[in-house]
Design a binder for this molecule. Structure first.
Ligand code: 5GP
Ligand code: ZN
Length: 116
């Protein structure tokens, strides 16, 4: 999608700090981190939101979760724990209409200072 910020990040037209990449997915640091670790995992192919998620995307979205888990392990935050979060649509607080999985961790996320 030409006007999509995250499609542009996937195509390297907008810079981002990349944590992981393969043919299907790219993971990069959130520009406005809510916790010490805040990474967004996105498919390179444009899917607007979980509302548009269908059977054809099951493997791709499964891969996103696996990549989140692997990055958490690499960053040594697995044992203490972290959050994997999809915001969906306006009331879910989704601002960027290209599906993304937030990996958020490195702190106790159930304290009031992390209203996620
Ligand atoms: P949402 O609210 O849609 O679930 O999350 C969108 C996230 O994308 C926000 O946490 C926001 O900080 C991040 N974000 C938006 N635009 C950019 C960008 O151009 N670069 C990076 N690295 N993060 C972005
Ligand atoms: Zn897009």
């Amino acid at each position: 999608m030409t006007d999509c910020i995250f499609c542009k990040i996937a195509k390297k037209e907008i810079p981002a700090e990349v944590a992981f990449e393969n043919d299907d997915l790219i993971a990069f640091n959130d520009r406005n981190p809510l916790a010490p670790v805040h990474i967004l995992i996105i498919p390179k192919r444009h899917i607007a939101s979980i509302n548009d998620f269908g059977m054809a995307d099951v493997e791709l979205v499964g891969q996103m979760i696996l990549v989140g888990k692997n990055i958490a392990e690499d960053l040594s935050i697995s044992e203490k724990g972290y959050k994997l979060l999809f915001r969906v649509g306006e009331w879910g607080g989704q601002e960027v209409p290209h599906i993304h999985l937030h990996l958020i961790g490195g702190a106790r996320l159930y304290e009031d200072i992390y209203p996620l």
